[in-house]
Design a protein around this ligand. Structure first.
Ligand code: SF4
Length: 291
């Protein structure tokens, strides 16, 4: 998602004051990957999903990484993937257009084709509505920011955002090819979500921040979670996150627990309450479980 510069700056003002009151020690930075607690016990190339499991007992990690269970993506996962696809396709189309200085009419037709193509990946009518709306919102935000930045009214236009940034997370025990949704400026990481808000989303942002710090040797203290959903129309909510000491320790504990499960091959029990969107509900015999 291309986040409007004004919204980004408003959140940064709030988050910066949190950072000043409770700064991050160097030992919790990604660049301290050679030393505990950032150095992992073992380098297993964990996905962010493995390291920050949504399952309360991390049984999903055991099912994926030890038992080798493969499941089909759920409707929720397919919707998330279609939304990510349309955002990145439209954002890169708009950026190419600006660099080539083509006309807007031609760009708008190209965006229309991309949006329709991506909406065909949807598993439901609701997903189609979200993908179409998010695609056009991305286009309008990027185009208007570009025009206003030309008038000198924006310090950094949202079109300057890097989208789908590949980063090597292996120094901190993660995969060597993580993909960060967006980096509007180098110390802010953005993640787009289509499901309900849960604490694990903030911990996932922290995983990306530590991976970026290990690669770039520069602090990444701030995150933005962009939630999109459909309720009579497209709904968008933006939440700023200070990636402070507490979130960093939560991520490192969660990552170490996942590593322990994989190395020990110990089978965790079923969770008492399972997230509705978990793709393993049938495997675990938890079809009626809800949280
Ligand atoms: S169904 Fe429940 S116990 Fe099984 S992996 Fe999912 S959340 Fe965990």
């Amino acid at each position: 998602m291309v986040v409007r510069t004004e919204a980004l700056l408003r959140w940064l003002r709030i988050l910066r004051s949190l950072a000043e009151g409770y700064p991050v020690e160097s030992e919790l930075r990604g660049w301290s990957w050679q030393f505990p607690p950032v150095r992992p016990r073992s380098y297993l190339g964990l996905s962010v999903q493995d390291a920050v499991s949504y399952c309360p007992t991390k049984r999903d990690v055991w099912l994926r990484r030890v038992a080798g269970v493969r499941v089909q993506p759920t409707q929720y996962m397919r919707t998330g993937s279609a939304v990510h696809d349309v955002v990145f396709s439209v954002a890169s189309l708009v950026r190419r257009h600006f660099n080539a200085n083509q006309d807007f009419e031609r760009l708008s037709r190209a965006v229309g084709r991309v949006v329709e193509l991506k909406s065909r990946e949807c598993p439901s009518e609701e997903c189609v509505k979200i993908v179409r709306s998010v695609g056009w919102l991305t286009y309008h935000t990027a185009a208007s920011e570009w025009l206003w930045s030309g008038a000198g009214s924006l310090p950094i236009p949202a079109t300057a955002s890097l989208c789908e940034v590949r980063v090597d997370g292996s120094p901190v025990g993660l995969s060597g090819s993580l993909r960060v949704d967006s980096l509007p400026v180098p110390n802010v990481v953005v993640d787009i979500k289509t499901g309900r808000k849960v604490e694990a989303h903030e911990v996932s942002l922290t995983a990306y921040a530590l991976a970026l710090e290990s690669a770039l040797e520069t602090p990444v203290d701030f995150g933005l979670l962009v939630y999109v959903w459909w309720s009579g129309g497209l709904q968008v909510d933006l939440r700023g996150v200070y990636i402070g000491p507490d979130l960093r320790r939560m991520f490192l504990d969660s990552r170490d627990e996942a590593i322990d499960i994989i190395l020990s091959r110990r089978e965790p029990p079923n969770a008492v309450e399972c997230p509705q969107a978990c793709p393993y509900v049938e495997v675990c015999g938890r079809e009626n479980a809800r949280s």
